[in-house]
Design a protein around this ligand. Structure first.
Ligand code: GSH
Length: 265
């Protein structure tokens, strides 16, 4: 049997064993999953969750993710039952564990690279995501500009970008870990592509900028970033601060409404 036929058979077998249904939105945490699904060449269904309408706080959604945030996912587990997944980092780990036996975008369990990928994934989930998320909040969504909050979180985001930039300067492959793209890169990419929204200038970080555009050339990134909605971060990056603030105006209202709803529970 040719290698191509063997690959096709593995792919068809995997497709019939899985029933991936992703509940998501076009945000940095959402697109990390669609990018990985595309990089792995998996079949999946997507439901676009309109976070501006607080669909993520409805009871049926909380059954899948009790934390009321996107992304969330269900799949047919190996025993035929349904498994639910929440927290984007956990979803990425599940997908590579279960579907990347060829190690296209991962390394074998127990290898040094496997643990190095874990380092960056935890760093993104506990550091870059939350800090840049708060930079977005204080820069765009807060009802008033609080300079302390804006500078605290923008500076922390800049510090974290410097960590990435320094690591990439030392990388021979241009990826964060070893010789291939992994969930270390995929988890941070959507955040870095939205730097301007957080008030951070990517031009301050030349190695990171090269990495950002190099990954953009990959078909998996190109397809995944536009699911479930068009990814507009690069167009947004061309806008002035005033134009960006005007775009945030509409979102500010639903962010505030969502916070009030969360505070009441
Ligand atoms: N740590 C979570 C964060 C998820 C998260 O904050 N998702 C945002 C969109 S990027 C969300 O659902 N926001 C809606 C809300 O805050 O109600 C993860 O990585 O999955």
């Amino acid at each position: 049997m040719t290698a191509r036929l063997q690959k096709l058979q593995t792919h068809l077998k995997m497709a019939s064993q899985s029933d991936i249904h992703l509940y998501t939105a076009g945000t940095p945490n959402g697109i990390k999953v669609t990018i990985l699904l595309e990089e792995l060449g998996l079949q999946y269904k997507t439901t676009n969750i309109d976070i501006s309408k607080n669909t993520q706080k409805e009871d049926w959604f909380l059954e899948i993710n009790p934390n009321g945030r996107i992304p969330a996912m269900t799949d047919k587990f190996t025993d035929g039952s349904t498994i639910r997944l929440f927290e984007s980092g956990s979803i990425l780990q599940y997908l590579v564990d279960r579907y990347d036996s060829e190690h296209k975008v991962s390394y074998p369990h127990g290898s040094k690279e496997y643990y190095e990928v874990n380092n960056w994934l935890h760093w993104q989930m506990g550091g870059l995501g939350p800090m840049q998320g708060q930079a977005n909040h204080f820069t765009r969504y807060a009802p008033e500009k609080i300079p302390y909050g804006v500078s605290r979180y923008q500076n922390e985001t800049r510090r974290l970008y410097r960590v990435l930039d320094t690591a990439l300067a030392k990388s021979e492959s241009g990826f964060l870990v070893g010789d291939r793209v992994t969930i270390a890169d995929i988890s941070s990419w959507g955040w870095v592509s939205s730097a301007k929204w957080a008030g951070v200038d990517i031009d301050e970080f030349p190695n990171l900028k090269t990495w950002l555009y190099k990954l953009l050339e990959r078909p998996g990134f190109e397809k995944g970033r536009h699911n479930p909605t068009k990814h507009t971060a690069f167009e947004m990056a061309k806008l002035s601060e005033e134009e960006l603030d005007a775009k945030a105006e509409g979102a500010r209202n639903w962010v505030q409404a969502g916070m009030k709803a969360d505070a009441k529970k």
